[in-house]
Design a protein around this ligand. Structure first.
Ligand code: NAP
Length: 271
């Protein structure tokens, strides 16, 4: 138990839909009644970030506020809300648990890419995944190595490099495995791999240990045909020669009220 001080600042971040705005008002009242200082503009001295919306709203908040150390908890007013643990009907229980310190903090592992063009390297970080795909629906050819071992010349739509958290997102739709969130691994999942007499690509995903780097070298003719998509946000660079993907040293903290809820949540939201 780690009781929270009533004078702590709490950020409430919400999207503009009616349900989120109403939930934010209700939660602000409840927290202020307990003595917390609620900020609706982002305060970097806050003790907690409460993100109201769906998983998409949570992803945008993490990116917009620069992967902060302040833990996140989510209230689901969105569509799926796989991350978003609190229901708008359960605000009283949440406030009570938070006041009593009745929760744990879980680390969310992130994926990091170093994208090297002929002139410089750029770093990008994703919560769910980093996708490497062709522009304008082109087939791309990627030379893939893992831990300095050459694996394959991939041909197809692209590859997803997913975190454990992202394993239930795009990765899952592309046939990748669901990974328990505390496992420190990345997953490389093919998007429409071509496996024919002309091209030979792995058709299943592979799970990669967190101390291994996934290296991707686009073929020369594809250097200008690559899109990098980080948690749904597109980035385009010319002359990409190499992309190195690893698990980031940085993590995000998520406040969890029920640590044993992953499998029941999965069943509720997906089956
Ligand atoms: P978005 O509309 O924000 O999200 C698409 C759907 O993915 C929403 O239903 C969202 O839940 C859900 N989602 C996001 N993260 C999830 C997670 N970790 N586990 C389970 N479901 C999750 O779409 P976007 O802005 O383009 O991109 C955001 C994310 O969408 C990406 O990171 C990617 O993983 C996913 N995506 C999926 C596909 C696909 O499945 N074919 C294609 C592109 C992107 P909420 O409804 O609660 O927001």
């Amino acid at each position: 138990m780690n009781y929270n001080s009533k004078k702590d600042i709490i950020n409430i971040i919400h999207n503009d839909n009616y349900k989120s705005v109403e939930t934010a008002k209700e939660l602000t009242e409840k927290l202020e009644k307990e003595g917390f200082i609620v900020s609706d503009t982002y305060d970097y001295k806050a003790k907690l970030n409460i993100c109201i919306g769906g998983d998409g709203a949570f992803l945008r908040a993490v990116h917009n506020y620069g992967f902060p150390d302040i833990p996140f908890v989510g209230v689901n007013t969105g569509h799926l809300g796989f991350f978003q643990e609190i229901s708008p009907d359960n605000l009283n229980d949440f406030v009570k648990s938070y006041v009593n310190g009745d929760y744990i903090l879980e680390e969310i592992y992130l994926v990091e890419a170093s994208i090297c063009t002929r002139t410089s390297c750029i770093e990008l970080i994703g919560v769910n995944e980093i996708v490497i795909k062709g522009i304008e629906s082109k087939v791309i050819h990627l030379n893939v190595s893992i831990a300095d071992n050459y694996l394959e010349r991939f041909s197809g739509d692209g590859v997803i490099i997913s975190t454990p958290t992202g394993s239930t997102a795009y990765n899952f739709s592309a046939g990748g495995s669901i990974i328990f969130p505390t496992l420190q691994v990345l997953q490389i999942t093919p998007l429409a791999p071509i496996s024919s007499k002309v091209y030979r690509s792995l058709t299943t995903s592979a799970i990669v240990h967190n101390d291994m780097t996934i290296k991707i070298n686009p073929e020369y003719r594809d250097e200008n045909s690559i899109l990098i998509v980080v948690d749904g946000i597109q980035h385009k660079y010319d002359n990409i020669v190499e992309i190195n993907l690893t698990m980031s040293d940085m993590t995000i903290n998520k406040l969890t009220l029920n640590p044993n809820s992953f499998w029941s949540n999965l069943k509720d939201k997906f089956i």
